[in-house]
Design a protein around this ligand. Structure first.
Ligand SMILES: [Zn+2]
Length: 380
């Protein structure tokens, strides 16, 4: 297959007018200039590596807690509208019994998935988080990080747990070590830990933080916490919900200035009402209201997961930081997280012999087409 007349964003370079050759799911060649070969004409629109969302609970009426293969499949088909070509699906805090049930179904889905966006595994966000920073997680089900418990979950998932969000202050460092030794990404978050407490696990090796600023001890001159630590350390990759709701645009400017394009990964943290009409929905057992891109608890008005799409978050990030070059944008949407998840040899950039995971955007950065492993899975 040929994709031509594209403005191609490769790592560190823009090819103003070029074409791609795709064969058996992979990028066979990347070429400058025009071609007379038959192919899909992008008419000068952008061609970027597909977006990778490492923290998304669901959308379009589906989420991890539906716990069925058909729900997982439907989500994977729908999410490609946002330019997402691969994602790590996040859980919320559940009982052990329910988690094991959902993970078993999920592992069957993962093993057999053959259409839509590619699910890379599961992001366990809870139950190993703190009561003080629980967000919209159910407090009675929270527990300290526990290796034996985690092992049961990993086993039920058939080794498909890729990321675990946890409160690092509620363990002695052994949990962090266990994650690293077992090729699971430790993501510190939903914790009230102090700056000083972060250092031990940083020395052990954590380099990833769950939704910077949200669900963590913040930036205070008196009580520096995880947010301060994450901004201070150059090599911590921060998940950022760039919807302008969870983080105001002016704060997005500050984050970009401090962390730069190399240490941010844009996420949605979206829940099941994403992509649906405004109205009342459920997040686990909690009643929530979706209004525009915002989702909040009916009772208290507290934000409860997110309702924005990935492409929306990309546009907001660029509105807040218009100086961002497209070669830097793709670091935050694809490259950084692919490296972090150790899949950069196969995905995350437009490069020869990588999977043809691609998104086509118009000049307003709206998604026109999405390709996963060379197959067109979405067309506007
Ligand atoms: Zn989340």
């Amino acid at each position: 297959m040929i994709i031509k007349n594209a403005k191609i964003v490769v790592e560190n370079k823009i090819i103003e007018n070029g074409w791609l050759e795709i064969e058996n799911k992979f990028i066979k060649s990347i070429n400058e200039g025009k071609t007379n070969l038959e192919g899909i004409d992008l008419e000068g629109n952008w061609l970027l590596p597909g977006f990778i969302d490492c923290h998304v609970h669901g959308g379009y009426g589906y989420d991890f807690e539906n716990g069925t293969i058909s729900a997982f499949e439907n989500f994977s088909k729908n999410v490609s509208k946002e330019g997402i070509t691969s994602y790590v699906q996040a859980s919320v805090t559940n009982s052990k019994e329910n988690n094991i049930k959902y993970l078993k179904e999920f592992s069957t889905f993962i093993e057999n998935q053959n259409s839509g966006s590619k699910c890379l595994g599961i992001h366990m966000e809870g139950p190993f988080i703190s009561k003080e920073k629980k967000g919209a997680h159910e407090v009675s089900l929270l527990t300290n990080p526990d290796i034996a418990y985690l092992k049961e979950l990993v086993k039920a998932s058939k080794d498909n747990v890729r990321i675990v969000t946890y409160a690092a202050d509620l363990q002695d460092g052994s949990f962090t070590k266990y994650l690293l030794e077992n090729n699971i990404l430790p993501s510190v978050g939903h914790t009230n830990m102090s700056f000083a407490q972060c250092e031990r696990d940083y020395q052990i090796g954590f380099r990833h933080v769950t939704h910077l600023f949200n669900g963590m001890s913040g930036v205070s001159q008196y009580e520096p916490g995880l947010a301060t630590f994450s901004l201070y350390k150059d090599d911590i990759l921060c998940e950022v919900i760039t919807d302008g709701i969870h983080i105001e645009k002016d704060t997005l400017k500050l984050i970009y200035k401090i962390k730069g394009a190399d240490n941010i990964c844009i996420i949605t943290d979206a829940m099941n009402a994403k992509g649906l009409d405004d109205g009342e929905y459920k997040l686990g057992n909690l009643e929530v209201i979706k209004k525009g891109m915002k989702v909040f608890l009916k009772e208290s008005g507290v934000l409860a997961g997110a309702g924005a799409t990935y492409d929306f978050n990309v546009r907001v990030m660029l509105e807040a930081n218009p100086e961002i070059k497209m070669t830097d944008l793709i670091k935050m949407t694809s490259i950084n997280i692919a490296k972090q998840l150790k899949i950069f040899d196969k995905r995350g950039s437009i490069e020869k012999n990588k999977f043809a995971d691609l998104v086509v955007l118009n000049k307003n950065l709206e998604v026109l087409k999405t390709f996963v492993e060379g197959e067109r899975v979405y067309e506007k």
